[in-house]
Design a protein around this ligand. Structure first.
Ligand code: IDP
Ligand code: MG
Length: 149
């Protein structure tokens, strides 16, 4: 089953939006298989955002991610990588559609509340970077037949 890595960033945690984010993914029908609150180390933040290391916002982004706790999660389901990106919305909250997390709750690109893996290969890399295998829980939703044909 497909998995993706989502992280509620420090702004999402400080704004008490943890429950709101989890609610939206649960209601959609995805399955939570990994969850932890943590203060991120500089090393992990730099590895996670490695693709952006030449960008002007990289240092500020790393400082922000390590500034306060985040909630790291792994979600599972058919098509979850692309679907979670849609639920999250565009990178800039001002252009993100209403109905998306960023579109509903954000106003600034540097405070866009949540990270989501952008492709299946990225998701595999990020899940492995943030979670040990034994931290992930494989379980079956009892309502599975009511979600999947
Ligand atoms: P994504 O989070 O929608 O995948 P990316 O382009 O991968 O967006 O950028 C990673 C993160 O870097 C964004 O979520 C945002 O927090 C931050 N970021 C991206 N572009 C800018 C910018 O122009 N200024 C400040 N921060 C930015
Ligand atoms: Mg990205």
């Amino acid at each position: 089953m497909e998995r993706t890595f989502l992280m509620i960033k420090p702004d999402g945690v400080q704004r008490n939006l943890v429950g709101e984010v989890i609610k939206r993914l649960e209601a959609k029908g995805f399955t939570l298989v990994g969850l932890k609150m943590m203060k991120v180390s500089r090393e992990l933040a730099e590895k996670h955002y490695d693709v952006h290391k030449e960008r002007p916002f990289f240092q500020g982004l790393v400082e922000f991610i390590i500034s306060a706790p985040v909630v790291a999660m792994v979600w599972e389901g058919d098509g979850v990588v692309a679907s979670a990106r849609k639920i999250i919305g565009a990178t800039n909250p001002l252009t993100a559609e209403p109905g998306t997390i960023r579109g509903d709750y954000g106003v600034s690109i540097g405070r866009n509340l949540i990270h989501g893996s952008d492709a299946i290969e990225t998701a595999q890399r990020e899940v492995a970077l943030w979670f040990k295998e034994e931290e992930l829980v494989s379980w079956e939703l009892a309502i599975g037949p009511w979600l999947y044909e």
